[in-house]
Ligand binder design. Structure first.
Ligand SMILES: Nc1ncnc2c1ncn2[C@@H]1O[C@H](COP(=O)(O)OP(=O)(O)OP(=O)(O)O)[C@@H](O)[C@H]1O
Ligand SMILES: [Mg+2]
Length: 306
């Protein structure tokens, strides 16, 4: 049995059909990322699986139980970092984390957790005095303190500075190595590439694609670019180039799945014509490019009424 199995999950808010029938399997021990534009339904989906929102239709099994009928025992096995936290307290950081820890049968070591999330220096500060990023790190501490089997993270690093973000990635990787299953949402493609074994793209309340990040990202190819100086500016380009060659005056961009072949041919061509390629750059396009192109295509299809 998978950690999460959802079939045909739907949810409507008045006129808005937020989820139109979502199927999702998250394996035990997997880190799974849900990507998708604002309003796609990510939070709705995650909170249904956490047992915090009701679904209209379909079925869901999370750690073997239906989240709509969750027991306290079940709840102690999951951790949740919500996108928005409304609780605002007179308690200090340390007091609140300790209070949460008491709900769980085998909580993490609090000192170690505060240290890992860079909260030690502000453990005596009151919750309502925290900055946005400090608040977010506290949310993470509260979601993690129960040492959950399954951890839900709804945009865990939004608003955090890059150093803290990387620290949190390392922390999540550590949990994953110990066997914790993680379902996260994110708008950062680098986060998904770093952490996730698989990603799903949710658009308009339905999952449009699922796969490993390098599988999806790898399919968009490699970008080769460089500049031409005299005497190459007036020489015709080499023949039989890939279809994706864009020339803007002296700047050439090629998208290809065989960069070695493209570079070799341009270098030989430049050499034969007594010039060289300036500012040569080669980079893998990756998940971000794949994601943006996918959304672009979906928009085109929608406009075309497909
Ligand atoms: N409580 C609610 N009442 C009415 N409509 C809602 C409610 N919650 C969400 N919606 C609507 O449902 C859709 C999905 O919202 P949801 O918050 O699940 O999206 P999301 O993918 O998490 O977006 P974001 O990336 O901005 O967090 C949106 O159109 C939103 O306006
Ligand atoms: Mg959301």
């Amino acid at each position: 049995m998978h950690a999460i199995e959802a079939r045909g999950v739907t949810r409507r808010y008045g006129e808005v059909q937020a989820l139109t029938g979502v199927d999702l399997d998250v394996k035990n021990g997997e880190v799974f990322a849900v990507l998708g534009p604002n309003g796609a339904g990510k939070t709705t989906l995650v909170e249904i699986l956490e047992g915090l929102r009701r679904r209209d239709g379909g079925s869901a099994s999370v750690l073997g139980a239906d989240p709509a009928w969750a027991s306290r025992e079940w709840r102690s096995r999951i951790g949740a970092v919500l996108q928005v936290n409304t609780q605002n307290d007179e308690l200090t950081v340390g007091e609140l984390v300790r209070a949460y820890a008491r709900y769980y049968p085998h909580p993490l070591d609090i000192d170690h957790l505060l240290e890992a999330l860079d909260l030690t220096a502000i453990r005596d500060r009151r919750i309502h005095q925290l900055s946005g990023g400090q608040r977010r790190r506290l949310d993470l501490a509260l979601g993690l303190v129960g040492d959950p089997e399954l951890l839900f993270l709804d945009e865990p690093t939004t608003g955090l500075d890059p150093e803290v973000r990387i620290r949190i990635w390392e922390f999540i990787e550590g949990l994953s190595e110990q066997g914790t299953t993680v379902l996260l949402t994110t708008h950062y493609m680098e986060e998904a590439e770093t952490l996730a074994d698989r990603v799903a793209v949710l658009v308009g309340g339905r999952i449009v694609t699922t796969g490993a990040p390098d599988e999806l990202g790898g399919s968009s190819g490699v970008h080769v670019s460089f500049r031409l100086h005299e005497p190459l500016l007036t020489v015709p380009l080499p023949e039989r180039l890939p279809p994706m060659v864009v020339r803007d005056k002296d700047h050439i961009e090629v998208t290809t799945d065989d960069p070695t072949d493209v570079v070799t041919r341009f270098v030989l061509w430049a050499d034969a014509n007594g010039g060289e390629l300036a500012e040569l750059q080669i980079h893998q396009l990756g998940l971000e490019q794949f994601y943006l192109e996918l959304l672009d295509h979906l928009n085109d299809w929608e406009e075309a009424g497909v």
